[in-house]
Design a binder for this molecule. Sequence first.
Ligand SMILES: NC(=O)c1ccc[n+]([C@@H]2O[C@H](COP(=O)([O-])OP(=O)(O)OC[C@H]3O[C@@H](n4cnc5c(N)ncnc54)[C@H](O)[C@@H]3O)[C@@H](O)[C@H]2O)c1
Length: 367
Amino acid sequence: MGQPLRIGIVGVGAISGQYLSTFERLGTLGSGAVRLVAVADLDADRAAAVAAEQGVRALTVDELVTDPEVDAVLNLTIPAAHAEVALKAIAAGKDVYGEKPLAATTDDARAIVEAARAAGVRVGCAPDTVLGTGVQTARKAIDDGLVGTPVAATATMVTPGHERWHPNPDFYYQPGGGPLLDMGPYYVTALVTLLGPVESVVGSASRARATRTIGSGPREGDQVPVDVDTHVTGVLRHESGALSTLVISFDAVATRASCIEVHGDQGSLVVPDPNGFDGTVELHRLGGTWEDLPVSAGYRDAGRGYGLADLAATPPGATARANGDLAYHVLDVMTSLLTAVEKGTSVSVASACERPAAVPLSDAPRI
Ligand SMILES: NC(=O)c1ccc[n+]([C@@H]2O[C@H](COP(=O)([O-])OP(=O)(O)OC[C@H]3O[C@@H](n4cnc5c(N)ncnc54)[C@H](O)[C@@H]3O)[C@@H](O)[C@H]2O)c1
């Protein structure tokens, strides 16, 4: 049996709790893939509190990335800091795995992927929700031919806006935010997992209001300026020829549309929420009726952090599933769609990636 990948977390804010509970769960399952050894945060008190709770060391960011006991840096900082932290870790010869998006811009994201390649270290990135039983069972159904030849997909995410619950929602309405960059990583990563990479995009978008009203917290009632489109629609042409229609909105109250549907000449598939790990996959065969498919692939009861454990368990020479090339392609697809909206034309997606390997039905990545 190999040694666990020793993890140092940079950024122990809101989402870090989910990773910490995943590490605990992986320990209970005897996965052996990862072991937390240190944490760091700009807020030293926050880092110290988490370190004490976890029984690990609290370090500064510079200490953590160069620490000889840290093999991989888990980057859970805010998107604007993703590149800075990742590049520091890569320069110190560490693997990096980060929250989505890979970086705030495609230039920064490319710098991460290229620096890692030059340094011979690995890059991984959320979302790893697509490694759960929901999207993986749907993928297996497609790979097993249950829908015949896939021709199209739809992906729909609507909400009336995060300012209703988020006390400081300003960044959602500034460049780098917006519904596409915020929620798109889940949907586009799922579409690439199901149907392969995207070669071109067209789109159109709108914004319903010039300001949004904060609905909770000390700033309740304050107006937030809107500098991005808040209803984004697009068509992604996959290399396979399949077309995915995307609707991602902060301007709609509710929907009864499936999060994702995939259509082929022999069947249609309902895919569960790609912002979760599980859920029921439904199939309608040609001439049949809707039926629930049994869970047949993916990590059971997975949580945030399984993508990092999967990377740790990936043998040398093989490519981890939630890898940097995939995350870069997903960011490139989204930014190309925003360019297509701005220009009013079709835009080619410059990057490509391999469709990540399927996940056989299992409890956890193991080394
Ligand atoms: N909160 C969620 O529900 C959620 C869900 C999915 C994904 N994410 C992603 O997780 C990431 C973090 O989100 P969050 O909600 O935990 O944010 P957060 O603001 O709660 O936490 C971020 C933490 O990183 C620290 N930090 C920021 N810059 C740093 C730097 N340069 N060096 C060291 N520490 C730094 C902050 O002090 C803070 O403790 C984002 O990429 C976000 O997209 C969040």
